[in-house]
Write a protein that binds this ligand. Sequence first.
Ligand code: ADP
Ligand code: MG
Length: 442
Amino acid sequence: MSEIITDTSTSLLHTEHLNVVYNAGKQNEMRSLQDVSLDIYREEFVIVFGPSGCGKSTLLYSLAALQAPTSGEIFCNGRAFSQMTKKDVLLYHQTGMGIIFQAFFLIPSLTIIDNICLPKLFRNEDKKKRREEGMELLKRFGILEQAYKFPSELSGGQKQRASIARSLINKPDIIFADEPVGNLDSASATNVMAILKELNEVDKKTIILVTHEPNHLPYGDRNIFMKDGKLIREEVHKEKRPLAPAVTAVPKIEAEKRSPELEMLLRSFQGMPQEQVSSLLMPYKIKQMMFHIFSEITEEQVKITEGFLQEYLFQNLNREQLQTMLDTEMTAGGASWNARRADSFSHRVDDLVTLARKMKEKPEETKNDVGAYLNKLFDLQCNEEQMARFQSILNERLENKIDTEGLNHLLDLSWKKGGLGIHKFTARRVASEVEIICLIKY
Ligand code: ADP
Ligand code: MG
């Protein structure tokens, strides 16, 4: 199994020995990118500079997962594109990045506001809300009055501002720009460059801009010079490489009753889209699951198993494959567990994750499933009346009306006093199971 995670704490985008070759082996073979290894850090404004034909666009489209490399690998947030599912790539295209082109690529038959909201349409979002957000962006970029016009009625500068608005509509962290001002007069060009600078400095977007115009170089925090498909040197104006492994940026998760550790983690993710938070929380989730479910294996086995759990959570392994890998000898790349343990562990993880995923998608419908799951897992043997009370206590926690201590207390509290009256030890384990479900659903 290949390792798909690099150091997620440092670079946002990372390429390793990237090669893009057109017409390989033929007379007209063109090596557009040659052995390009590169890091882009969060919140950087990076300019890729070089003469026409040196491979700038090819590099940009590779980073945008729009161009598959001939060889080498590209990582975003530590995840290799080649290992992502189609759905992951779609999500990256829809919400992880926005892109603007020299030729704008606005759809001539749609009004400006419809053009801008188009990327939202694919995400099945409410039409009214979609429009409101689109209008906000038009206002911000000074083209509100153009909302119901068609692209042909706009000036070049206005069209480019509209296409910037479109790239921003799904709130991506990364903006790719391919010669965005190449077709504009100098006043409009300056205006568009200033907008990109503001998006970087104020909105904290990571900007990767391709240009052959030396006048743009002062805008970059870091400028990368290319020639004949190769990186030849870089110039750092403003150092934005993280000093210590740290994640900047944000979750759209409501304030809930969470453990202090999770609280701290989430705070450090302020501003990031949910999908990204979810990936960044992965190591924490994995650790918690490991400690929670199982603690009788060696450190080496823990490490190997964490790798498998990660593949499982990214849905690169299904339950059966997880079980097989756990049950395989370490010398053959497995975790050297015994068959029974691998079987029970993989089922346990699978039950937990399936429930947590359902909980995330359909929280209302899943509450009773959580009750039934806990009743069975801990062999609570609740009768109908007890089950009803258990469920109402549990719902308090699932709706975040009480915290984990509150849940623990009510489970332990005697029946007469309105609790469930189960043993202290069991109450603790049930409460802890509920926390894990709540964690994994993120
Ligand atoms: P830049 O953006 O720096 O002008 P490109 O990345 O567009 O450069 O192109 C780099 C080289 O690759 C150029 O020589 C170009 O002709 C060639 N190239 C780009 N796309 C293709 C393709 N689809 N087929 C063949 N050659 C290509
Ligand atoms: Mg180009």
